[in-house]
Write a protein that binds this ligand. Structure first.
Ligand SMILES: [Ca+2]
Ligand SMILES: [Ca+2]
Ligand SMILES: [Ca+2]
Length: 292
Protein backbone atom coordinates (compact mmCIF):
# COMPACT_ATOMS: atom_id res chain seq x y z
CA UNK A 1 0.00 0.00 0.00
CA UNK A 2 1.52 3.27 -1.00
CA UNK A 3 1.62 6.14 1.37
CA UNK A 4 3.28 8.54 -0.99
CA UNK A 5 2.62 11.74 0.80
CA UNK A 6 3.41 10.72 4.34
CA UNK A 7 6.52 11.74 6.17
CA UNK A 8 9.13 14.22 5.09
CA UNK A 9 11.58 11.50 4.09
CA UNK A 10 12.76 11.01 0.56
CA UNK A 11 10.20 8.58 -0.85
CA UNK A 12 12.82 6.84 -2.97
CA UNK A 13 13.79 4.91 0.15
CA UNK A 14 10.79 2.64 -0.17
CA UNK A 15 12.76 -0.02 -2.00
CA UNK A 16 12.63 -2.47 0.90
CA UNK A 17 11.36 -5.98 0.50
CA UNK A 18 7.99 -5.18 1.97
CA UNK A 19 6.49 -3.92 -1.25
CA UNK A 20 7.77 -6.17 -3.98
CA UNK A 21 4.36 -6.23 -5.63
CA UNK A 22 3.55 -2.55 -5.38
CA UNK A 23 4.78 -0.15 -7.99
CA UNK A 24 7.48 2.38 -7.31
CA UNK A 25 6.10 5.90 -7.30
CA UNK A 26 6.98 7.78 -10.45
CA UNK A 27 8.35 11.31 -10.65
CA UNK A 28 4.86 12.39 -11.61
CA UNK A 29 3.36 10.64 -8.57
CA UNK A 30 5.77 12.41 -6.26
CA UNK A 31 5.21 15.80 -7.83
CA UNK A 32 1.46 15.36 -7.58
CA UNK A 33 1.84 14.37 -3.99
CA UNK A 34 3.75 17.53 -3.23
CA UNK A 35 1.18 19.61 -5.05
CA UNK A 36 -1.69 18.02 -3.12
CA UNK A 37 0.13 18.65 0.13
CA UNK A 38 0.66 22.31 -0.76
CA UNK A 39 -3.00 22.66 -1.64
CA UNK A 40 -4.05 21.02 1.65
CA UNK A 41 -1.81 23.38 3.61
CA UNK A 42 -3.13 26.42 1.77
CA UNK A 43 -6.69 25.35 2.47
CA UNK A 44 -5.95 24.77 6.12
CA UNK A 45 -4.34 28.18 6.39
CA UNK A 46 -7.28 29.83 4.65
CA UNK A 47 -9.79 27.86 6.71
CA UNK A 48 -11.62 26.69 3.58
CA UNK A 49 -11.82 22.99 3.87
CA UNK A 50 -14.81 20.79 3.03
CA UNK A 51 -16.18 19.50 6.30
CA UNK A 52 -18.98 17.26 5.09
CA UNK A 53 -19.70 15.34 1.92
CA UNK A 54 -22.86 17.36 1.67
CA UNK A 55 -20.84 20.54 1.26
CA UNK A 56 -18.86 18.83 -1.51
CA UNK A 57 -22.07 17.88 -3.31
CA UNK A 58 -23.35 21.43 -3.05
CA UNK A 59 -20.53 22.37 -5.42
CA UNK A 60 -21.32 19.87 -8.15
CA UNK A 61 -23.23 22.32 -10.34
CA UNK A 62 -20.47 24.91 -10.04
CA UNK A 63 -17.88 22.31 -10.98
CA UNK A 64 -19.88 21.14 -13.96
CA UNK A 65 -20.33 24.63 -15.36
CA UNK A 66 -16.68 25.43 -14.70
CA UNK A 67 -15.68 22.53 -16.92
CA UNK A 68 -17.51 24.01 -19.92
CA UNK A 69 -14.25 25.65 -20.96
CA UNK A 70 -12.56 22.25 -20.95
CA UNK A 71 -15.04 21.12 -23.57
CA UNK A 72 -14.37 23.99 -25.97
CA UNK A 73 -10.62 23.65 -25.46
CA UNK A 74 -10.85 19.93 -26.15
CA UNK A 75 -12.70 20.49 -29.41
CA UNK A 76 -10.27 23.16 -30.47
CA UNK A 77 -7.20 21.04 -29.79
CA UNK A 78 -8.58 17.94 -31.46
CA UNK A 79 -7.17 19.24 -34.71
CA UNK A 80 -8.26 16.38 -36.94
CA UNK A 81 -11.70 16.28 -35.29
CA UNK A 82 -11.69 12.56 -34.60
CA UNK A 83 -13.07 13.03 -31.08
CA UNK A 84 -9.82 12.45 -29.25
CA UNK A 85 -6.43 14.02 -28.77
CA UNK A 86 -3.32 12.07 -29.66
CA UNK A 87 0.16 12.78 -28.34
CA UNK A 88 1.09 14.96 -31.30
CA UNK A 89 -2.04 17.09 -30.91
CA UNK A 90 -1.41 17.33 -27.19
CA UNK A 91 2.20 18.45 -27.53
CA UNK A 92 1.12 21.09 -30.02
CA UNK A 93 -1.72 22.18 -27.75
CA UNK A 94 0.49 22.38 -24.71
CA UNK A 95 2.82 24.71 -26.59
CA UNK A 96 -0.12 26.87 -27.71
CA UNK A 97 -1.53 26.99 -24.22
CA UNK A 98 1.88 27.50 -22.63
CA UNK A 99 1.59 24.75 -20.09
CA UNK A 100 4.52 25.29 -17.79
CA UNK A 101 5.84 21.72 -17.71
CA UNK A 102 8.86 19.99 -19.20
CA UNK A 103 8.27 17.94 -22.34
CA UNK A 104 9.07 14.82 -20.36
CA UNK A 105 6.45 15.62 -17.75
CA UNK A 106 3.90 16.46 -20.44
CA UNK A 107 4.40 13.02 -21.94
CA UNK A 108 3.99 11.43 -18.53
CA UNK A 109 0.79 13.39 -17.96
CA UNK A 110 -0.48 12.18 -21.33
CA UNK A 111 0.25 8.56 -20.42
CA UNK A 112 -1.22 8.89 -16.93
CA UNK A 113 -4.42 10.41 -18.26
CA UNK A 114 -4.91 7.72 -20.91
CA UNK A 115 -6.97 5.41 -18.69
CA UNK A 116 -7.84 2.84 -21.33
CA UNK A 117 -4.36 2.94 -22.83
CA UNK A 118 -5.45 3.52 -26.43
CA UNK A 119 -2.92 6.35 -26.93
CA UNK A 120 -5.80 8.78 -27.39
CA UNK A 121 -7.23 11.21 -24.88
CA UNK A 122 -11.01 11.39 -24.92
CA UNK A 123 -12.90 14.20 -23.21
CA UNK A 124 -13.22 12.50 -19.85
CA UNK A 125 -9.52 11.72 -19.87
CA UNK A 126 -8.81 15.28 -20.98
CA UNK A 127 -10.44 16.72 -17.87
CA UNK A 128 -8.17 14.55 -15.73
CA UNK A 129 -5.27 15.74 -17.82
CA UNK A 130 -6.08 19.41 -17.28
CA UNK A 131 -6.41 18.85 -13.55
CA UNK A 132 -3.01 17.14 -13.40
CA UNK A 133 -1.42 19.94 -15.40
CA UNK A 134 -2.97 22.67 -13.28
CA UNK A 135 -1.87 20.99 -10.09
CA UNK A 136 1.65 20.34 -11.33
CA UNK A 137 2.01 23.87 -12.65
CA UNK A 138 0.89 25.38 -9.41
CA UNK A 139 3.85 23.91 -7.58
CA UNK A 140 6.39 25.59 -9.79
CA UNK A 141 6.67 29.21 -10.79
CA UNK A 142 3.80 29.37 -13.22
CA UNK A 143 4.11 31.55 -16.29
CA UNK A 144 1.89 34.56 -16.15
CA UNK A 145 0.66 34.00 -19.69
CA UNK A 146 -0.08 30.30 -19.31
CA UNK A 147 -3.54 28.87 -19.97
CA UNK A 148 -4.52 28.58 -16.32
CA UNK A 149 -3.36 32.04 -15.35
CA UNK A 150 -5.76 33.72 -17.79
CA UNK A 151 -8.77 35.38 -16.26
CA UNK A 152 -11.08 33.84 -18.88
CA UNK A 153 -10.16 30.44 -17.45
CA UNK A 154 -10.92 31.33 -13.84
CA UNK A 155 -14.07 29.19 -13.73
CA UNK A 156 -12.21 26.17 -15.04
CA UNK A 157 -9.44 26.74 -12.53
CA UNK A 158 -12.04 26.97 -9.80
CA UNK A 159 -13.68 23.72 -10.93
CA UNK A 160 -10.36 21.91 -10.79
CA UNK A 161 -9.63 23.37 -7.37
CA UNK A 162 -12.99 22.19 -6.08
CA UNK A 163 -12.41 18.70 -7.48
CA UNK A 164 -9.00 18.70 -5.81
CA UNK A 165 -10.52 19.81 -2.53
CA UNK A 166 -13.09 17.03 -2.81
CA UNK A 167 -10.23 14.55 -3.10
CA UNK A 168 -8.53 16.11 -0.09
CA UNK A 169 -11.78 15.79 1.85
CA UNK A 170 -11.60 12.02 1.42
CA UNK A 171 -7.85 11.65 1.81
CA UNK A 172 -8.03 12.10 5.57
CA UNK A 173 -4.50 10.98 6.36
CA UNK A 174 -2.97 12.90 3.47
CA UNK A 175 -1.39 9.81 1.95
CA UNK A 176 -2.15 10.85 -1.61
CA UNK A 177 -4.57 7.93 -1.94
CA UNK A 178 -8.08 7.32 -0.68
CA UNK A 179 -8.59 4.07 1.19
CA UNK A 180 -11.89 2.27 1.58
CA UNK A 181 -11.92 3.15 5.27
CA UNK A 182 -11.56 6.81 4.47
CA UNK A 183 -14.54 6.66 2.12
CA UNK A 184 -16.59 4.89 4.79
CA UNK A 185 -15.62 7.41 7.44
CA UNK A 186 -16.27 10.45 5.30
CA UNK A 187 -19.52 9.12 3.87
CA UNK A 188 -20.89 8.60 7.36
CA UNK A 189 -21.51 12.32 7.41
CA UNK A 190 -23.28 12.24 4.09
CA UNK A 191 -26.54 14.04 3.78
CA UNK A 192 -28.83 14.35 0.80
CA UNK A 193 -28.01 16.12 -2.41
CA UNK A 194 -29.55 16.52 -5.82
CA UNK A 195 -30.50 13.35 -7.61
CA UNK A 196 -30.05 13.05 -11.34
CA UNK A 197 -31.50 16.16 -12.91
CA UNK A 198 -32.33 17.58 -9.52
CA UNK A 199 -31.08 20.55 -7.63
CA UNK A 200 -28.82 22.85 -9.56
CA UNK A 201 -28.88 26.01 -7.55
CA UNK A 202 -25.65 27.64 -6.54
CA UNK A 203 -25.27 27.37 -2.81
CA UNK A 204 -22.22 28.54 -0.99
CA UNK A 205 -20.01 25.99 0.66
CA UNK A 206 -21.13 26.14 4.28
CA UNK A 207 -24.67 27.31 3.71
CA UNK A 208 -26.11 23.82 3.83
CA UNK A 209 -28.72 24.16 6.51
CA UNK A 210 -29.01 27.91 6.50
CA UNK A 211 -32.31 29.69 6.81
CA UNK A 212 -33.39 31.69 3.83
CA UNK A 213 -31.24 29.81 1.39
CA UNK A 214 -32.44 28.68 -2.00
CA UNK A 215 -35.47 26.50 -2.54
CA UNK A 216 -33.33 23.57 -3.52
CA UNK A 217 -31.59 23.65 -0.16
CA UNK A 218 -34.95 23.80 1.53
CA UNK A 219 -36.16 20.83 -0.49
CA UNK A 220 -33.05 18.87 0.36
CA UNK A 221 -33.73 19.38 4.03
CA UNK A 222 -37.33 18.37 3.73
CA UNK A 223 -36.97 14.62 3.81
CA UNK A 224 -36.92 14.16 0.06
CA UNK A 225 -35.34 10.92 -0.97
CA UNK A 226 -32.36 11.67 -3.12
CA UNK A 227 -29.50 9.70 -4.55
CA UNK A 228 -26.07 9.78 -3.07
CA UNK A 229 -23.39 8.83 -5.61
CA UNK A 230 -21.55 6.73 -3.08
CA UNK A 231 -24.29 5.42 -0.92
CA UNK A 232 -27.79 5.67 -2.39
CA UNK A 233 -29.11 6.33 1.06
CA UNK A 234 -32.28 8.27 1.67
CA UNK A 235 -32.12 11.57 3.40
CA UNK A 236 -33.10 11.96 7.00
CA UNK A 237 -32.53 14.24 9.90
CA UNK A 238 -29.54 14.03 12.15
CA UNK A 239 -31.16 12.16 15.05
CA UNK A 240 -32.60 9.52 12.79
CA UNK A 241 -29.32 9.22 11.02
CA UNK A 242 -27.27 8.54 14.12
CA UNK A 243 -29.67 5.95 15.43
CA UNK A 244 -29.95 4.36 12.03
CA UNK A 245 -26.22 4.06 11.75
CA UNK A 246 -26.32 1.10 14.10
CA UNK A 247 -29.15 -0.64 12.30
CA UNK A 248 -28.24 -0.35 8.66
CA UNK A 249 -24.54 0.26 8.85
CA UNK A 250 -23.90 -2.98 7.02
CA UNK A 251 -25.98 -1.93 4.04
CA UNK A 252 -24.23 1.42 3.87
CA UNK A 253 -20.89 -0.23 4.02
CA UNK A 254 -21.56 -2.68 1.23
CA UNK A 255 -22.95 0.05 -1.01
CA UNK A 256 -20.02 2.28 -0.31
CA UNK A 257 -17.66 -0.62 -0.90
CA UNK A 258 -19.29 -1.14 -4.28
CA UNK A 259 -18.85 2.50 -5.20
CA UNK A 260 -15.28 2.32 -4.01
CA UNK A 261 -14.61 -0.59 -6.34
CA UNK A 262 -15.97 1.48 -9.22
CA UNK A 263 -13.55 4.27 -8.40
CA UNK A 264 -10.54 2.00 -8.00
CA UNK A 265 -9.80 1.70 -11.71
CA UNK A 266 -6.63 -0.40 -11.40
CA UNK A 267 -8.06 -2.44 -8.49
CA UNK A 268 -5.06 -1.94 -6.24
CA UNK A 269 -7.24 -1.20 -3.21
CA UNK A 270 -6.59 2.54 -3.21
CA UNK A 271 -8.11 5.41 -5.13
CA UNK A 272 -5.48 7.71 -6.58
CA UNK A 273 -6.07 11.35 -7.43
CA UNK A 274 -6.60 10.62 -11.10
CA UNK A 275 -8.94 7.73 -10.36
CA UNK A 276 -10.92 10.00 -8.08
CA UNK A 277 -11.17 12.69 -10.75
CA UNK A 278 -12.42 10.19 -13.29
CA UNK A 279 -15.21 9.11 -10.94
CA UNK A 280 -15.89 12.67 -9.83
CA UNK A 281 -16.64 13.68 -13.41
CA UNK A 282 -19.50 11.22 -13.39
CA UNK A 283 -20.82 12.52 -10.06
CA UNK A 284 -21.05 16.09 -11.29
CA UNK A 285 -22.71 14.91 -14.49
CA UNK A 286 -19.96 15.73 -16.95
CA UNK A 287 -20.27 12.57 -19.02
CA UNK A 288 -24.03 13.01 -19.41
CA UNK A 289 -23.41 15.92 -21.74
CA UNK A 290 -20.74 14.25 -23.72
CA UNK A 291 -22.56 13.27 -26.85
CA UNK A 292 -24.50 16.19 -28.15
CA1 LIG B 1 -7.56 14.01 -32.63
CA1 LIG C 1 -7.67 6.92 -23.94
CA1 LIG D 1 -6.34 2.45 -7.53
Amino acid sequence: MGNLCSGGEAPTKTSGGSSAASQQPTVLDLKLCDALKVRAQENAAAGKKFKTFNSVMMKFAEVESGFAKAKSTFREKDRDGNGSIDLEEFMEASNDLKFDLSDDLKKRVFEESDFDGNRQIDFKEFVVMLALIHLLEATGASKSNSFFSKSENAALRNAIDLATDAFLFFDVDGSGYISKDEVLTQMDDATPHRGPGGQRGSISREETGGAGSSTSAAAAGGGVVTVNPLGDRPSMDKDKRSSLKHNSHKTDRSLTAQRFAEMDWDTNGQVSFKEFLFAFEGWVGLDEDEDE
